[in-house]
Ligand binder design. Structure first.
Ligand code: FPP
Length: 238
């Protein structure tokens, strides 16, 4: 079966999953963190090389303080315990997003994990934390403008690959496949530039209910699609 080399997931529906059960929204995030572990393990088993997960958007800071606090505590526990497990399994872990907005101990953990796993090959987990695609694109534009202002760059030297090299995803291939759980059918400021040719998959299943079987269904849907990147039909090896 043809597999996406890089799969990205918008993990949506934690709050609604909890509300449906008469639980606080934060219980949905806790359940969502368990799903995250299962899906990472399964993605590796399936042979996906890179998985990027949207765990916190740059807009999520506007949520009620108790909810933001719960998420921060979940990230803290996750980075200290679970991601260390990933490290022991030889999995590369990296982060995209506005890292400087997090508490110093979290930033420290993120930097440490990236450093310690930077040379691991085979499977790469990318966590998007306080990430927003427009913001990332603006940052890239600013870097290029600054270089041009210093006379180090001519406007005509800016092409797609040069621009991509200034995004936080510079060291990643573009995602082949983007999954969004929770029923909404939009990208919500996730990987806008990188998603140009990605196949999209939307499922009504809330993230805490997403499981191995649901990922298989999504991957089967991907395998059936024919990707042309704007060109004509070509014969593809399956
Ligand atoms: C969207 O559901 C989900 C989030 C804003 C947070 C995602 C977090 C996790 C999956 C768990 C923790 C992650 C790590 C890295 C430990 P929502 O709250 O928007 O759900 P709703 O649309 O039903 O309200």
């Amino acid at each position: 079966m043809r597999l996406p080399k890089h799969t990205a997931i918008i993990m949506d529906g934690n709050g609604r999953w909890a509300e449906k059960r008469g639980l606080p929204r934060t219980a949905g995030h806790k359940a969502g963190a368990e799903t995250l572990k299962k899906i990472i393990a399964y993605a590796q088993k399936k042979g996906i090389e890179i998985i990027t997960l949207y765990a916190f958007s740059s807009e999520n800071w506007k949520r009620p303080p108790e909810e933001v606090q719960t998420l921060m505590n979940l990230f803290r526990t996750y980075l200290k315990n679970d991601v260390n497990e990933l490290m022991k399994k030889g999995i590369r872990v990296s982060f995209i997003g506005e890292r400087e907005k997090f508490d110093a101990d979290l930033v420290e953990q993120m930097n440490r994990l990236e450093r310690q796993t930077a040379d691991f090959k085979g499977f790469h987990v990318v966590l998007a934390l306080s990430y927003g695609a427009r913001n990332d694109i603006i940052n890239a534009a600013r870097q290029l403008a600054a270089k041009a202002a210093r006379g180090q760059l001519k406007p005509q030297e800016i092409d797609e690959s040069f621009f991509s090299a200034h995004l936080s995803t510079a060291d990643l291939p573009a995602p082949d496949f983007i999954i969004r759980t929770g029923g909404e059918e939009r990208l919500s400021n996730f990987l806008l530039w990188e998603a140009a040719y990605a196949e999209l998959y939307f499922t009504p299943v809330f993230w805490p209910d997403f499981n191995e079987e649901e990922l298989d269904k999504a991957l089967e849907s991907y395998a059936k699609r024919e990707r042309r990147f704007g060109g004509l039909k070509i014969k593809q090896k399956v």
